[in-house]
Design a protein. Structure first.
Length: 334
């Protein structure tokens, strides 16, 4: 009798567990189907709105481009210099000019609250800053700009770079993804190569004179490094894709802006996090890339992932500095 009772109880339990499993499967299926339908509906809706906005703004930018094209009388070399040299340079020096005011004067105070390495560059050494500005200008005028000459003739060979018709927004987004992917690969491996003892001593050490970097230091480097790590990784994507000069101008400006942010020393609200590359300047043997993907694959971010800096490595969506909401652990007493 006891045996039959136990068997009956086991049967009941088994049936109950089976029912629970099927209930879980039904619930999961329902959630997935509803979620998929909702996601599809939202994507179609968002896609429709984006398309509508792009069609409206696309006509605006096309008209502006035609006006600029006619202003330069279709002179391709002048248009190329304007888009590939002047516009990105203005973006770079405008952004860094604002940051340098805070670096030198410590004002406005609300910006200096967002400093990553507290107590460093407070204020910045003006002699070191002058040297950094001088080197950055030399790299731009005597390295980057001359490299635009062979690039110009290659882009002419492609034939679409100076078209009177702008690329579509969707094509530009595709190009931007490819540019970013190529830059990540070329920068990571050239940068890691520069950390080999011989190359580091004679070339890359100059860039690492700043253990607490500022924005203009992003192109403070030995000319060889500026060619291999700073300029070629950014130029290669557009040259492979035969991109329009408008795409090149936007990409070069974005590249200079993002590298300035990653070196600026401030973790400011709504801007990409500079914690990753700032940590590289602090520790030297971590965080070689831009996006961090290759660092993750090669294990060159393991130390970084164990730090408070990794916890702070996100876009700041409030006005409270992350150095205050996620402070460094107190140092142990000697």
């Amino acid at each position: 009798f006891k045996l039959k009772t136990q068997q009956h109880l086991l049967t009941v339990v088994a049936c109950s567990q089976e029912e629970k499993i099927w209930d879980a499967v039904r619930i999961a299926t329902y959630v997935l189907v509803v979620g998929l339908l909702t996601f599809t509906a939202l994507m179609n809706s968002v896609s429709w709105y984006v398309q509508e906005i792009w069609e409206t703004s696309g006509h605006f930018w096309q008209a502006k481009w035609l006006k600029l094209y006619n202003f330069f009388e279709g002179k391709e070399w002048v248009i190329f210099l304007f888009g590939a040299a002047l516009v990105p340079s203005l973006v770079f020096w405008s952004f860094n000019g604002i940051l340098m005011v805070a670096d030198v004067t410590g004002k406005p105070n609300f910006i200096t609250r967002y400093r990553i390495q507290l107590g460093k560059n407070d204020p910045v050494d003006t002699k070191k800053l002058q040297q950094a500005i001088y080197t950055a200008l030399c790299n731009q005028f005597f390295v980057s700009f001359p490299m635009l000459i062979p690039m110009f003739y290659l882009m002419k060979w492609w034939g679409n770079t100076f078209s009177v018709e702008l690329p579509t927004f969707h094509w530009f987004l595709l190009e931007l993804s490819i540019f970013t992917f190529i830059e990540e690969i070329l920068f990571y491996y050239s940068h890691r190569l520069a950390h080999l003892p011989l190359l580091y001593k004679h070339i890359h050490k100059k860039h690492h004179e700043w253990t607490a970097p500022i924005g203009v230091v992003s192109i403070y480097a030995h000319p060889v490094e500026h060619i291999l790590s700073n300029t070629l990784p950014v130029m290669t994507g557009p040259m492979i894709m035969g991109s329009h000069i408008a795409s090149i101008a936007v990409w070069f400006s974005l590249a200079l802006l993002t590298t300035s942010i990653s070196h600026c020393g401030y973790h400011l609200p709504l801007l990409p996090s500079p914690e990753f590359h700032d940590f590289h300047h602090l520790k030297f043997n971590q965080c070689y890339g831009v996006l961090g993907l290759l660092d993750y694959l090669h294990g060159t971010d393991t130390v970084f992932r164990q730090t408070k800096a990794f916890e702070r490595h996100r876009v700041l969506l409030s006005l409270m500095p992350l150095s205050e909401s996620i402070p460094d652990s107190p140092k142990r007493a000697e």
